[in-house]
Design a protein around this ligand. Structure first.
Ligand code: MGD
Ligand code: MGD
Ligand code: SF4
Ligand code: MO
Length: 688
């Protein structure tokens, strides 16, 4: 028997834990702790423990598939490539769009970005960060000049006060949850605000349930109370920030008195007072947030309010402090860093800057690339496909499943069906792949080398443990082979992920000093790492912010309700999200026997008082409807959700939450309002 251990990083969440894959006779059969990673020190959550289970699933795609007369038939790679090239060559620049993937490596996202801009010459490239932290990227860039998590994961344990709002850290970033426990053991106060009493709430010294969509009001109220008590950091405000007076004008309004905020949010005045006092007097303090803050039509406003609060308290640029936006997918930070976004090249270099465009034309050795305009975001792309048929004709989707993950699935389906030609590159036959014309079988994380960048900007290695199944190929190889057939062999002549990484480092200032050799050590490197002798940067904004004048910018923000609020017909707020055991659209975790056995079906959480009014019992199958559609789904009647709000996890294709959600977008970040829309719930009366 041949047994080996291959160290790699987890393919699930942005925490970036490491573990060993156990390889027996050439096949991945299990995981074992890798104790030298400073992130998780050998510990992992259940998804990490069972990350091997989907790898050799019998459902893996093993051959290219071409749809003929509505049915998929197996094809050779040559046949698949020929068809794709013939179609893609027939479209004008801008008639195609690419979706990159937070599931694949930096190298592969970089190549997808290069393929879109240099080969297809389209400005339309984006990925699921749009649905996730686009509000963070836009909001923090406006406040601090840079849109990433400011501090490191280990740093969280040093905090004296943790304010967690809109992040269910213990289920969604479990090994960051461990740092919360460590901070608590070190005497930190833990404050948790969330409409649901989640496993994270159980760790809190103070838990504040509230109505979804009232975050700005809460944050403004807290700032008013802090200023009234003189708890603001006057020196920090004076030396490091500007526009404080503008902030004050808004937050000191009567609208944001604790009494008014209590009425809007449902949080008792006493809890708000206690929170303000702990925030104001227990320093340094850190904020942890995630989708509860970002996924709103006011997502950018929410993020800027969080930034306001931390600047007010002087909680930036030092250990134990920070605005810690917990990035979701394993490599969503990296996919953004690689420029798989419609407005930037790698390292957030703007596409509208002509000098930057020239730099990439030269670096890539091409005559021309996509014009220097901002392309469509994922959410706009779906709207264009649905409402202006013919404008976008060809789609290349790598490692995303919008037919379950995008808002308002009827609308998504209409859009995708309007596309003339769709290529999906995935490891499984997904709901989206079903609508494709060509499906390309990809290798998974365990089957390739590469790098991924975690939420704390730490760039870490993936290492190949087994060969891909059947004829599946690594994503980077597929893109290179396709580009070569499109006439760009020279520009895509990479022989290994390391060669691609070296090109990334050359064109990206924040990755400039990185190489595979330097990433070998267990702690790897945090960007920015501008030169070969630079140690990397775990904490941002130490001396100054990344804005042109180095000052952080306060933004006066007024509270606005969600785009759709409850009324007589749809009397409750629907919010959606995740659970510990499953991952998004379930393509991987629902094929993981252990994980799927834990929680094999979805539900809608309903407060007991609401359930009683509706005459609904625990476990009864009910109909939940919004203006977009209906699902039949078991009710979970529980006091763990605030009255007036209901929650559905979006993992289950049997009762897809996104048939109900709303495609209303934040005007700046274009993120949809996954966290609040109006819903009604009815008993299903059996017909006689
Ligand atoms: N197990 C597991 N872990 C994951 C994922 C997964 O699918 N499964 N996905 C990963 C990804 S991509 C991401 S982005 C992260 C997301 O991580 P989180 O943001 O922590 O997860 P969510 O469940 O989407 O939402 C977090 C919380 O927001 C609360 N919430 C609802 N409405 C509001 C509101 O209006 N305001 C506030 N402040 N809070 C509200 C919800 O009750 C929920 O507890 O998780 C990552 N980790
Ligand atoms: N209602 C509601 N909807 C939401 C959210 C919410 O909170 N509520 N959250 C949103 C957020 S934050 C996110 S990030 C999105 C996630 O949305 P998606 O990214 O669309 O969801 P995933 O299920 O993670 O899809 C990833 C796909 O990549 C495939 N894959 C995995 N590994 C590889 C690989 O190595 N190569 C290739 N080619 N494919 C691979 C998987 O099989 C899967 O089909 O969902 C969003 N949708
Ligand atoms: S916390 Fe995240 S990175 Fe760590 S093992 Fe769990 S899913 Fe993987
Ligand atoms: Mo996400």
């Amino acid at each position: 028997m041949d047994l080996k251990y291959v160290q790699t990083t987890c393919p699930y969440c942005g925490t970036g834990c490491s573990f060993n894959l156990v390889v027996k006779d050439g096949k991945v059969v299990g995981t074992q702790p890798y104790t030298r990673s400073p992130v998780n020190e050998g510990r992992v959550c259940p998804k990490g423990t069972y990350a091997h289970e989907f790898v050799n699933s019998p459902d893996r795609l093993t051959k290219p598939l071409i749809k003929k007369d509505g049915k998929f038939v197996e094809a050779t790679w040559d046949e698949a490539y020929d068809l794709i090239v013939q179609k893609f060559k027939s479209y004008k620049p801008g008639e195609t769009a690419c979706l990159a993937s937070a599931r694949v490596s930096n190298e592969e996202n970089y190549l997808m970005m290069k393929f879109a801009r240099a080969v297809l010459k389209t400005p339309h490239i984006d990925h699921c960060a749009r649905l996730c932290h686009s509000s963070t990227v836009a909001g923090l860039a406006a406040s601090f000049g840079s849109g990433a998590m400011t501090n490191s994961i280990n740093d969280i344990a040093e905090s004296k006060c943790l304010f967690i709002i809109g992040s269910n850290t213990f289920e969604q970033h479990p090994l960051i949850g461990r740092k919360i426990v460590q901070a608590k053991q070190n005497g930190a106060k833990i404050i948790y605000a969330d409409p649901r009493y989640t496993p994270t709430a159980r760790q809190a010294d103070l838990y504040m349930p509230f109505i979804s969509g009232t975050d700005v009001a809460i944050l403004n109220g807290l700032m008013q109370e802090i200023i009234k008590n003189g708890w603001e950091d006057k020196e920090f405000i004076e030396k490091r920030t500007k526009d404080f007076e503008k902030l004050k004008e808004v937050v000191m309004k009567e609208d944001y008195s604790l009494e008014n905020v209590s009425k809007i949010s449902g949080i008792p005045v006493e809890s708000l007072k206690q929170t303000a006092e702990w925030l104001g007097t227990c320093k340094p303090g850190a904020i942890l947030y995630s989708m509860g803050i970002t996924q709103h039509t006011v997502g950018v406003d929410n993020v800027r309010s969080v930034a306001n609060l931390q600047m007010l308290l002087g909680n930036l640029g030092k250990p134990g402090a920070g605005v810690n936006a917990l990035r979701g997918q394993n490599n969503v930070q990296g996919a953004c860093d690689m420029g798989a976004l419609p407005n930037v090249y790698t390292g957030y270099q703007k596409v509208t800057d002509e000098a930057t465009r020239k730099k990439f034309i030269e670096a890539w050795g091409v005559d021309d690339i996509a014009e220097g305009k901002v392309g469509y975001t994922v959410t706009e792309l779906i709207n264009v496909l649905a409402d202006k048929p013919g404008e976008i004709k060809g789609l290349y989707i790598m490692g995303e499943n919008p037919m379950l993950s995008d808002p308002d699935l009827h609308h998504v389906e209409k859009g995708l069906k309007n596309a003339e030609f769709i290529v999906v590159q995935d490891i499984f036959m997904t709901e989206t792949a079903e609508l494709a014309d060509v499906v390309l079988p990809a290798a998974c994380f365990a089957e390739r080398d590469g790098t991924q960048t975690s939420t704390e900007r730490r760039v870490q290695r993936w290492r190949k443990a087994q060969n891909p199944p059947g004829e599946a190929k690594e994503d980077w190889q597929i893109i290179c082979e396709l580009a070569a057939r499109m006439g760009y062999e020279k520009q895509f002549s990479f022989k290994s992920p390391e060669e691609i990484f070296n090109e990334i480092a050359a064109v990206t200032p924040s990755y400039h000093g990185m190489s595979y050799a330097r990433l070998e050590k267990p702690e790897a490197l945090h960007w920015p790492c501008p030169s070969e002798d630079h140690p990397g940067t775990p904490i941002l904004h130490r001396e100054k912010f990344a804005t042109p004048d180095g000052l952080g910018i306060f933004a006066p923000i007024e509270w606005k309700p969600p785009a759709e609020v409850p009324d007589e017909e749809y009397p409750f707020v629907l919010t959606t999200g995740r659970i510990l055991w499953h991952w998004h659209t379930g393509s991987m975790t629902r094929r993981s026997v252990t994980l799927d056995n834990e929680v094999p079906t979805g539900w809608i959480e309903i407060n007991p008082e609401d359930a009683e009014e509706l005459g609904i019992k625990n476990n009864e199958v009910v109909r939940a409807s919004t203006r977009r559609g209906s699902v039949e789904i078991p009710a979970r009647v529980t006091p763990e959700i605030i009255k007036g709000v209901m929650f559905i996890p979006f993992h289950y294709k049997e009762h897809p939450a996104n048939r109900l959600t709303h495609n209303a977008l934040d005007p700046i970040s274009k993120i949809p309002e996954f966290k609040a829309c109006a819903v009604k719930v009815e008993k299903i009366t059996k017909e006689a």
